[in-house]
Design a protein around this ligand. Structure first.
Ligand code: IPM
Ligand code: MN
Length: 353
């Protein structure tokens, strides 16, 4: 199978971990007889440095023409003081919008060898397996106006959703639940927000179409608490953009490190795959970043965009085997393991494929 993959390393550790994903995919191509063509483009701060903007039309056009997209990470303190519309994060938000990547899938499943690396009790997190379906192209991130008024002393951000935007992500939540343990938790703040009340209405309307799925509404504050006190009660969580952003970082605690978490951002036609973590400027260039979130994102790409499930499983199993053998990167709090850097971890995973 010949496929064109756009790679967007971005900033900070993005470059190091993207190298890992590409090496792993090359091994998969060799083993299973596929041809993957990688084409690199700029995004984020590194795009701003080269082109004066965090996302160019050139990058967008390349992505529109690809079979799938891999993204490393964006951002860094270097760009803290540039105008808001040029910040690296804007590159990420713009590409999500330009490609209509409305569904952000963030599976939160701990690997057994890492259960003790979580600050939470093993007895609490054991067996947890959560699938967050986060709305990604609406809500507070994109609502207009978003501005300062009265000499900067009054601010407004707008939480805007159209019914159809809620419908399509809620449907994604139900469909995901059907493929898993058939339980959907819809997270909102319907006791306060009008947007959440429409969200609840839509969930109530849609549930008749998915009679095999049990649905529960949960307020976001309560969900934040239950996520770490009783995570096994969750199967699929569907929620709006900002709530999903916050809950998925919180959920990463269940897996030992945010460096482990992969994600998929999907439109009806294309997928962009990136680790949930950021660009970690404090450790960039040191060769110690955890490449596993990126490598597992590449596995998600194989599964969702290229329909190569067996190959995706091969990567996930190889990661698990590497962890079982005691290898870990410095972000993980492991006792009695063998600490390795980005390159070594990548080689160990490749050796296990
Ligand atoms: C994420 C990130 C982004 C977000 C930032 C960098 C804009 O935190 O992908 O979760 O908030 O969506
Ligand atoms: Mn985030």
């Amino acid at each position: 199978m010949a496929k064109k993959i756009i790679v967007l390393p971005g900033d900070g550790i993005g470059h190091e971990i993207m190298g890992s994903a590409i090496e792993v995919l090359k091994r998969i191509a060799e083993k299973y007889g596929h041809q993957f063509e990688f084409e690199q483009h700029d995004i984020g701060g590194s795009s701003y440095e080269k082109h004066g903007e965090p996302l160019t039309d050139n990058t967008v056009d390349a992505c529109l023409d690809a079979d799938a997209i891999l993204l490393g990470a964006i951002g860094g303190p270097k760009w803290d003081n540039i105008p808001t519309h040029l910040r690296p994060e804007q590159g990420l938000l713009k590409i999500r919008k330009a490609l209509n990547l409305f569904a952000n899938i963030r599976p939160i499943k701990g690997f057994a060898p890492l259960l003790h690396a979580s600050p939470l009790k093993e007895s609490v997190i054991n067996g947890s397996d959560i699938y967050v379906v986060r709305e990604l192209t609406g809500g507070l991130y994109f609502g207009e106006p978003s501005e300062r008024r009265e000499d900067g002393n009054v601010v407004v951000d707008t939480l805007l959703y159209h019914r159809h935007e809620i419908e399509r992500i809620v449907e994604k939540g139900f469909e995901s639940a059907q493929l898993r343990n058939k339980h959907l938790t819809s997270v909102d703040k319907a006791n306060v927000l009008e947007s959440s009340r429409l969200w609840r209405e839509v969930v109530e309307e849609k549930k008749a179409n998915y009679p095999d799925v049990t649905v529960e509404h949960m307020l976001v504050d309560s969900a934040a608490m239950k996520l770490i006190t009783n995570p096994t009660q969750f199967d699929v969580i569907v929620t709006e953009n900002l709530f999903g952003d916050i809950l998925s970082d919180e959920g990463s605690v269940l897996t030992g490190s945010i460096g482990m978490l992969p994600s998929a951002s999907l439109s009806e036609t294309i997928g962009l795959y990136e680790p949930v973590h950021g660009s970690a400027p404090d450790i960039a260039g040191q060769g110690i970043a955890n490449p596993l979130g990126m490598i597992l994102s590449a596995a998600m790409m194989l599964r969702y965009s290229l329909d190569l499930n067996e190959e995706a499983v091969a990567i996930e199993k190889a990661v698990e085997k590497s962890l079982e053998a005691g290898y870990y990167t410095s972000d993980l709090n492991i006792e009695n393991g063998k600490q390795v850097g980005t390159k070594e971890m990548t080689e160990i995973v490749i050796g296990n494929i």
